[in-house]
Ligand binder design. Structure first.
Ligand code: ADP
Length: 397
């Protein structure tokens, strides 16, 4: 069965077409700048051949039409007819308290995704748009939604409630939800396979360190706590998001800098984190290259990032009363050798011992702890699209 995986954003559509008989990617692509000047589609096939279409893409319907055209293109395409797409899997950011697993999309599911839009105003409406356009353009294919928040629905009350007036939870659903769930679950299951133990028997701390970043505590095969909360703003220092801070800072800077709620929200989400401290870039590679040149601001940015990850690992080992495995994943976790080393070097009290030779690699599944280390530390590249395709296949079959 061929499954199309869609990640529809407000001005972009990312897609991958899987052949699920062999679990291979037939083609993957990206549309950028929908509704903005300079929109384009880029697609790569299995032979890494690039196909680019540059034309005005006014809306998501036009965007999906181009995706289908690129997939069935006589020269660069990978299928001959849209009917070959057996099902479509969609990444949906927020499933609120409704979804703890992937689901087949029907009218009720769409209404609930819409209802959760107030919790994820930048993401859910765009995700829903992708679903509706696919219903129109690929009418024969069942559609499945996989939620970023679903895996964390197992968090206990003590972890998901905020110590605010309880009525805010009841009336406005203000609680911790957590995100990156698909990635945390995937790498935790994968590390259990690597170690040769049952997933449900392990205490795992997964560190998804990308542009967005979060840490999750997993026990009995369930998420028990995670660093992102009501929105993806809570937790670690990220590319441009502040992560945790004293909430009193918000009214304080609003008054000092005469900021509106929209402006302060923008600063916390888009101008803080690595970018806020380093100032030149939010890209970790830029920080690393300046670090090598002895740039002091790069050094403090690097130290702050790692320090905050260390604090989460320590607190999650505490609440689980131990940890069997720690996993690093996503852009920084998979590639930044010095980040992994810096984070793990102070975890000796947990029994973590890193093998610097094993750690000296990027982007592949590898154990990076020594054989004597009491905690197994691994790098596991994440693959959220494959999880969505797998869930979609299971549900439609
Ligand atoms: P997202 O999917 O959240 O946009 P990614 O998981 O792609 O993010 O991670 C992006 C981050 O990973 C960026 O900060 C980038 O600099 C970092 N990164 C990617 N490759 C490397 C590398 N080789 N070394 C260090 N950092 C890297």
């Amino acid at each position: 069965m061929k499954i199309l995986v869609i990640n529809s954003g407000s001005s972009s559509i990312k897609y991958q077409l899987f052949n699920m008989t062999e679990e291979t990617v037939l083609a993957k692509g990206l549309i950028e700048r929908i509704g903005i000047d300079g929109s384009r589609l880029e697609q790569e096939n299995q032979a890494d051949e690039e196909f680019v279409i540059e034309e005005e893409i006014a809306d998501h319907t036009k965007g999906m039409e181009l995706v289908i055209n690129a997939l069935i293109d006589q020269e660069h395409g990978v299928i001959s007819d849209v009917d070959e797409i057996g099902a479509v899997g969609h990444r949906v950011v927020h499933g609120g308290e409704y979804f703890s697993d992937s689901v087949i999309i029907d009218e009720d599911v769409k209404a609930k995704i819409e209802e959760c839009s107030s919790l994820a105003p930048l993401h859910n409406p765009a995700n829903l748009m992708g679903i509706e356009v696919c219903e129109e353009l690929i009418p024969g294919a069942p559609q499945v939604a996989t939620f970023d928040s679903a895996f964390h629905q197992s968090m206990p009350e003590k972890a998901y409630l905020y110590p605010l007036p309880y009525e805010y939870y009841e009336q406005h659903k203000i609680r911790r939800y957590g995100f990156h769930g698909t990635s945390h679950k995937f790498v935790a299951e994968r590390v259990a396979e690597e170690i040769g133990e049952e997933f449900t028997d392990l205490k795992v701390i997964t560190c998804h360190l990308g542009n967005g970043a979060s840490v999750t505590a997993i026990e009995d095969g369930e998420s028990k706590d995670t660093s992102m909360g009501f929105t993806p703003l809570e937790g670690l220092m990220m590319g441009t998001r502040s992560g945790n801070l004293d909430p009193a800072i918000i009214p304080f800077i609003m008054e000092k800098e005469d900021l509106s709620t929209e402006e302060v929200d923008h600063i916390l989400n888009n101008e803080s984190g690595l970018l806020g401290i380093f100032e030149e870039s939010s890209d970790f590679r830029d920080i690393e290259s300046e670090l090598e040149k002895g740039n002091k601001r790069a050094k403090v940015t690097f130290d702050m990032f790692n320090y905050r990850v260390q604090k989460y690992i320590g607190s999650y080992a505490a609440v689980m009363n131990g940890v069997d495995a720690i996993v690093f994943t996503a852009g920084i976790g998979e590639n930044a050798i010095n980040v992994r080393e810096a984070i793990c070097k102070d975890l000796g009290y947990l029994g973590v011992e890193i093998d610097t030779d094993r750690n000296d690699m990027r982007g592949k599944v590898q154990k990076i702890s020594t054989d004597d280390s009491t905690v197994d530390v691994y790098v596991i590249p994440t693959n959220e699209e494959l999880v969505i395709a797998t869930d979609t296949k299971e549900l439609v079959e």
